[in-house]
Ligand binder design. Structure first.
Ligand code: ATP
Ligand code: MG
Length: 247
């Protein structure tokens, strides 16, 4: 689904992504881990088209999307969420998801669309929210929700764009431990053919969710492997995991 080849980006003298390569199959769950400042968000910014690359290439299925703007990548199924929430805080969840669906199908640009066309869009919005256990909050604005539910609304907005590859930048960031399970449950129920990249610092969650793990350090790939490989990798333990005693 996705192939990233030798991607690099520098800010001044600082190499934030350094020759990064990775690939992702349909339905695969890949976790991207690494210390703060390792370059994880920068890599997601590059893959999603929010940031250009100094060198390297990005392929989405058979298309070379390296020079495509972000919105074109979205139309081809490459969708990301943000480490820092980007929700409209006062607009009810179902209306936000409906807007995303209108954006996806292009009808957002048509002021004269038929009133009857809203019905199917609202139904689809409702079913996306239901699948994330957010149905009870459909008419609630994010500002009135628990933070964990707000983060799930962001996932709902991403799903409304019908992704084939979904990039989740710390969907649990800022969520209290008591609400984390709800999000993990929702993530585990994502469509099985959807390819997912998740950035996450909670190692319990990473090892439960991921089929494969890529470890970034100083912008470069330090290791790639199955959760078991990564757990046993001495360099990874030394650089990242071991110091927190999490394994
Ligand atoms: N626009 C920018 N200009 C200059 N430096 C930047 C910019 N964006 C990020 N950086 C630097 O690039 C490095 C990587 O940052 P990035 O946000 O990608 O890390 P991260 O792995 O996502 O960290 P975290 O786990 O804290 O979210 C950091 O040193 C950061 O300060
Ligand atoms: Mg980040």
């Amino acid at each position: 689904m996705l192939r990233v080849e030798k991607l690099s980006k520098s800010f001044g003298g600082l190499k934030v992504t350094d020759d990064v390569s990775l690939s992702l199959r349909a339905g695969e769950r890949l976790a991207l881990i690494g210390p703060n400042g390792a370059g994880k968000t920068t890599l997601v910014n590059q893959i999603s088209g929010f940031l250009g690359a100094d060198a390297g290439a990005i392929h989405l299925q058979d298309e070379d999307v390296t020079r495509w703007p972000a919105h074109r990548r979205v139309r081809h199924g490459l969708v990301r969420t943000f480490q820092i929430s980007k929700l409209a805080l006062t607009l009810p969840a179902i209306d936000q998801v409906a807007l995303a669906i209108h954006q996806r199908d292009g009808s957002i640009n048509n002021m004269w669309r038929r009133k009857t066309s809203y019905g199917p869009v609202l139904e689809e919005a409702r079913s996306i929210l239901d699948a994330l256990q957010l149905g009870r909050l459909a008419h609630v604005a994010p500002s009135e929700m628990a933070y964990g539910d707000q983060r799930l609304v962001e996932v709902a907005l991403a799903l409304a764009l019908k992704p084939r590859v979904l990039l989740l930048d710390e969907p649990m960031a800022g969520v209290p431990k008591s609400e984390a399970q709800l999000i993990l449950d929702a993530l585990e129920r994502l469509p099985s053919d959807l390819a997912v990249v998740i950035i996450e610092h909670d190692m319990d969650l990473v090892f439960r969710f991921a089929h494969r793990i890529v470890v970034l350090a100083n912008g470069a790939v330090l290791a790639t492997g199955s959760p078991d490989d990564i757990r046993r990798d001495d360099t990874v333990r030394a650089v990242y995991l071991g110091k927190a005693g999490q394994l």
